[in-house]
Design a binder for this molecule. Structure first.
Ligand code: NAP
Length: 248
């Protein structure tokens, strides 16, 4: 089967590492991004230089129109998607719940939760053997925050990842007999740009001593877990979680 993957938020961080590793494993890769075309094009260029197939597609995962258009584009470019990585996610400035306004809460929940639902919906419509598809696999990128709650930093973000955990459990059961596996990874403190968005670029270095392994994680270490969950080696795993947190 021709392996076709969509990695949302594939332009930077964990998504970019996942896109690269997927290409090395033989997937044709759709590198989704929101604004940073230069970063997305750098990822696709590297994949093509190494003999792989990749396209960069701008789409806001929280927009139903954008998501439908992206999946249609992939249908035309590579054929039916066989793997989805729901990786795009955001957080905002560190603050306590008492200071959060509705606009912030809506932005975080729209991207992190509705975005995953919309992409999962389009993937299921194409993959489900009940609907004439050939099956597939979905990995949602949750966070260790769903267990820890991120007090004083971003409880809204942590709660959005709690929703992703529940989506993973529920959707996995819903489509288990339709040839689709749905799993999640929960990264811990990983060196990416996301911490600067929270107002603390060096957050991982501040917190790494609290990690049993005493270090932050690399995006490629998360990508490796994602690709394993997508692979046939994980053929009897669905509705489950791989924590990539250095033991935290
Ligand atoms: P990152 O470096 O900040 O990259 C975020 C990516 O998401 C970028 O490619 C960005 O695109 C894209 N994006 C943001 N909003 C989007 C939208 N509405 N539609 C489409 N794409 C969008 O983030 P990261 O640290 O790699 O995080 C990736 C995932 O891992 C997130 O779900 C995050 O919650 C989760 N995670 C990260 C950590 C960590 O420590 N880094 C820990 C636990 C979980 P542009 O380049 O166009 O902006």
């Amino acid at each position: 089967m021709h392996k076709v993957i969509i990695v949302t938020g594939g332009s930077r961080g964990i998504g970019a590492a996942t896109a690269q590793l997927a290409a090395q494993r033989g997937y044709a890769v759709c590198v989704n991004y929101l604004n940073n075309a230069a970063a997305a094009n750098a990822v696709t260029k590297l994949i093509r230089q190494n003999g792989g197939e990749a396209i960069a597609v701008a789409a806001d995962v929280a927009s139903e129109v954008d998501v439908s258009r992206m999946f249609d584009l992939v249908d035309n470019a590579f054929g039916t998607v066989t793997a989805l990585v729901n990786n795009a996610g955001i957080l905002e400035r560190q603050m306590r719940v008492e200071d959060m306004d509705a606009g912030r809460l809506q932005r975080v929940l729209r991207t992190n939760v509705i975005g995953c639902f919309l992409c999962a919906r389009e993937a299921v419509r194409r993959m489900s053997t009940r609907l004439g598809g050939a099956g597939g696999a979905i990995v949602n990128v949750s966070s260790g925050a769903s267990r820890l709650g991120s007090p004083g930093e971003y409880v809204d973000y942590a709660a959005s990842k709690g929703a992703i955990d529940t989506l993973t459990i529920g959707l996995a059961k819903e489509v288990a007999s339709d040839g689709i596996r749905v799993n999640a990874v929960r990264p811990g403190f990983i060196y990416t740009d996301i911490h600067a968005d929270g107002g603390e670029p060096h957050r991982v270095d501040r917190l790494k001593e609290r990690v049993p392994m005493k270090r932050g994680g690399e995006a490629m270490e998360v990508a490796a877990a994602i690709l394993w969950l997508l692979s046939e080696e994980a053929s009897y795993s669905t509705g489950t979680f791989v924590d990539v947190t250095g033991g935290k």
